[in-house]
Design a protein around this ligand. Structure first.
Ligand SMILES: [Zn+2]
Length: 159
């Protein structure tokens, strides 16, 4: 079939299938969870599953051909990581503003700024809120980043 129809079965396509098959075998041997981006050939109202080449409509969350999960945004793990990074960055900024800045203003400009701008524990609350907002911001950013690309397909490893 592939020999009589080189237009449909191009070298590029065959090589990509070979690569997929090798990756699949490799992942199975090493017991890794499997993830591939959707095939990037343009589709009107859906995607081609990179595992089984089934058409998956825009509204589907699971490939009907191979049960692979269709992830359009971030995964739970990616959301977790984004939250951690955001919290850390927010906490560092809060520490810079409330912990270091008053001292810096005093020594640089000779201003009499009290520690934490005199806010005391309130500064801790504001800092916590800032860290939380920063964490949520990172989650939103990560989500939008992934949604701009084709969805990713996850197929759990058979054990
Ligand atoms: Zn599939």
């Amino acid at each position: 079939m592939i020999d009589v129809d080189p237009k449909r079965y191009s070298v590029h396509r065959l090589l990509s299938w070979k690569h997929d098959a090798e990756q699949e075998a490799n992942d199975e041997v090493e017991g890794r969870p499997r993830q591939l981006p959707a095939d990037d050939e343009e589709q009107e109202d859906g995607w081609i599953c990179p595992f089984c080449k089934s058409f998956v409509g825009l509204e589907n969350h699971v490939c009907l051909g191979c049960r692979a999960e269709v992830i359009r945004g971030s995964t739970a793990k990616e959301r977790d990581n984004a939250m951690k990074v955001g919290l850390l960055v927010g906490a560092l900024i809060a520490f810079g503003v409330f912990g270091l800045m008053p001292q810096w203003l005093n020594s640089t400009f000779g201003w009499q700024v009290p520690a934490t701008f005199g806010l005391g524990l309130v500064a801790l609350g504001i800092g916590g809120g800032l860290a939380l907002l920063s964490g949520l911001g990172c989650i939103l950013f990560d989500e939008r980043l992934h949604r701009r690309r084709p969805p990713r397909f996850f197929r759990p490893t058979l054990t």
